[in-house]
Design a protein around this ligand. Structure first.
Ligand SMILES: NC(=O)c1ccc[n+]([C@@H]2O[C@H](COP(=O)([O-])OP(=O)(O)OC[C@H]3O[C@@H](n4cnc5c(N)ncnc54)[C@H](OP(=O)(O)O)[C@@H]3O)[C@@H](O)[C@H]2O)c1
Length: 325
């Protein structure tokens, strides 16, 4: 089969289409003829050599896929060749064929394109687990969502809107903020022009927010703690602004704050199956009904994976970047 591979860590130019052996499904897996996959920031980090795949996963990039079942392993798990499925994988999406555990392969809702389905798993699972399972965001609460134009947040904003939360966002341009407001955000701050902590103080009348969804890490630590209400919850989901901090533990204690960290890729298979089931029960029906939509910025052919990576690294996307196979 053809797949995108990289002979060495480096810039987008290391990504090349090449011929590699087909993957072989285990008893619990199905072999999928991939029709679409999607980019995630983790792919950029893996390409740079900063995020190696977990043990047992292939070196081929790609954390999600949509396609048709080509063959089922001995366990079958109720899937048959020809079925249209989508789901989360630990690697291997940037290829003509990939394997996925049958318990994580979800039927594609009627009327969806493969591109729409491929835009869903990583970002909706992440937003579900961080905003709700950990952050416990409730109706009527205020959430501050950073890097709000990202794939994860274009999912998260809509999910928070659905439960009736008030949504404050930060992003790097007025246009991105406007698009977040169209998705359901209440108000936004261009973090390049204004200190977001001052802005949060202003728009919450000095109260702060109950939950923060953060992808920036070190650069935002102090300002995040200041922006939380007493008893607030900070969920750390990315580290695009650095990993090391000098912390004010006093603020943590006196405000009785809770800090959560979360990852998806290195979780156990049992965890990922449980996450998939939670998604199918709560959020997939809303997506299938069209109340929540995957936000697709741009579609590239698989052979242009390098251009797609450049586009993401230039922060040009609002929502997901898809690779059509
Ligand atoms: N822990 C998990 O389970 C998990 C799972 C999935 C993703 N993630 C993380 O979630 C984040 C978003 O992933 P994604 O694939 O959705 O990303 P994405 O679509 O590439 O969006 C990332 C956005 O972040 C903003 N940004 C980049 N560098 C920044 C910085 N230094 N300060 C502030 N904003 C910055 C950019 O928008 P602006 O123009 O607004 O700057 C960019 O568009 C990443 O950090 C990723 O690693 C974590």
């Amino acid at each position: 089969m053809q797949a995108i591979t990289a002979s060495t860590p480096g810039g987008p130019e290391v990504l090349r289409l090449s011929t590699v052996p087909d993957p072989i499904p285990t008893a619990e897996q199905v072999l999928v003829r991939v029709r679409a996959t999607a980019l995630n920031r983790a792919d950029v980090m893996q390409r740079l050599g900063q995020y190696p795949p977990p043990p047992g996963e292939s070196n081929i990039l790609g954390l999600e896929l949509a396609g048709e079942v080509e063959a089922v392993g001995a366990a079958g798990n109720g899937l048959a060749p020809g079925e249209r499925v989508f789901g989360l994988v630990g690697s291997g999406g940037y290829a003509e064929k990939a394997v996925i555990d049958a318990r994580m392969a979800m039927p594609i809702p009627a009327g969806w394109s493969f591109a729409q389905a491929a835009a869903v798993p990583e970002v909706f699972f992440t937003a579900q687990e961080t905003l709700f399972t950990l952050g416990d965001l409730q109706e009527g609460e205020t959430v501050l969502i950073h890097a709000a134009a990202s794939g994860v947040d274009t999912a998260g904003i809509q999910m928070a809107r659905e439960i009736g939360a008030r949504i404050l966002v930060t992003a790097g341009s007025a246009e991105k903020i406007q698009r977040c407001v169209a998705l359901g955000a209440t108000a936004g701050c261009n973090y390049k022009e204004q200190d977001f902590a001052e802005w949060v103080k202003e728009v919450t009348n000095g109260q702060g927010v109950e939950v923060i969804e953060d992808f920036i890490g070190a650069a935002y630590w102090d300002r995040n703690l200041r922006s939380l209400k007493a008893g607030g919850r900070l969920v750390l989901v990315g580290l695009m602004g650095g990993v090391k901090i000098e912390a004010n533990l006093g603020l943590l204690m006196t405000k009785r704050l809770q800090i959560f960290g979360s990852v998806l890729r290195s979780r156990s298979l049992a965890d990922k199956i449980a996450i998939t089931q939670r998604f199918r029960a709560k959020w997939l029906p809303l997506l299938a009904a069209g109340r929540i939509k995957p936000v697709i910025d741009r579609v590239f052919p698989l052979a242009q994976a390098a251009d797609a990576h450049r586009y993401m690294e230039e922060n040009r996307n609002f929502g997901k970047i898809i690779l059509e196979v």
